[in-house]
Write a protein that binds this ligand. Sequence first.
Ligand SMILES: *Cc1c(COP(=O)(O)O)cnc(C)c1O
Length: 451
Amino acid sequence: MSPIAITPPQEGETVTDLTHAGIEEALLKNAPSQLKSASLTNSITATPPPEPETKLQHTVETPLAELDASKIQCKYTESPRPVPAVGSAEMASQKVCTDHMVQAKWTVEQGWEAPTLQPYGPISLAPTASCLHYATECFEGMKLYRGHDGKLRLFRPDLNCKRMLMSTNRIALPAFPPKELLKLIVKLCATDGKKWLPKDRPGQFLYIRPTMIASDPALGVERPKEALLFVILCCFAPMGDMSGGIKLLASQDDMCRAWPGGFGYAKVGANYGPSLVAQGEARKRGFHQILWLFGDDCTITEAGASNFFVVWRTKEGKLQLVTADLNERIVLDGVTRRSILELARSRLDSSASSLPSSDLEPLEIVERKFNVFEIEEAAREGRLVEAFAAGTAWFVAPISGIHFRGKDIEVPMVKGDAGAYASTFRSWLKGIMWGSDGMEGHEWGQVIDEE
Ligand SMILES: *Cc1c(COP(=O)(O)O)cnc(C)c1O
């Protein structure tokens, strides 16, 4: 046992609930204005709806300063850097960020300080900082798209900001109004977008990484008393050609990514570091990603850091789009996953009374627990239609094969470079993200005014 004191619960301390009530409790302290706006209803967390507000009224203490984007202080860089050329090694390195970053500090005594927009650069932390020892860190992953119509867009960024609040709550980091985080992200994109994602690069993107860390300079294992929120924009190479599909290696029986009662549903750093052993092994053996299975029945959860979808025909002949449900909280509630399900329900659902015309056969949309044996059986019986992974990083990536317990399950890719459904979802989403194919004005695309 280390000499570090594990602080016992204090008298009168309430036990934090991980569900919506827990987020409300955290908001009450750090962002009480959020409770009135009810903007968390329909939040991305798979939690029950908020309890009636009346319960909270008599417990209000003096609120701490909230995160407030309107207080932002801007200090622009005096040494702007060159933008890496398309196709350069620098661009592919994922080490180059834009000229600026956004930062906001929080303390348990004062709440949020005024956020700053400042030159991009290293941050300073004490070696005792909580995040360096106890994984008190969470993040988001989004993209800023340079449209084919010349405009800059974010894709459903409100969902990422709400998910970030859910993640911070899971690891005892401070609450904030998601809308204020979004305003800070927009400010950074507006500042650096024009130079770093020039108009002559339509179809390209910058990767946005909002992050929160506990920065307390104290080794005690306890709830953070200081935190730092920052947002950076990182250069990424344009998305690689996915034709040929990705090959997945099913996780070994002695390893899983997430478990019931854990934190697989939150985008916390602690989920990713420990997955890199398996990922490295997969790469070494010629696979792109791990297909994360869970439990003795080999339940399918996710593919790498993407959600997993399969299209198959049931034994009765029904065509289905299937993905893991969120009930056990071992799967991340992806914005791409959610968007594909919503698009499928509005355009392809076989139970709908009328559908927009499409070349594709309508199908049943199913969120349920399913396993790799079902895929194996469908493949053997010729019922497997296609499979794909979906997430911001890899977008909609067709899957060509799954290696499971020494055997290869071949996944068809009818259209040559992708299954028909994967390529359709891809082109619908592309239209919204990059403003093309008549999707320029779609409500999921938030246009950014450049400075
Ligand atoms: C980020 C992430 C996803 C994809 O989520 P999107 O919001 O679609 O980018 C899926 N699974 C895991 C484990 C992730 O970390």
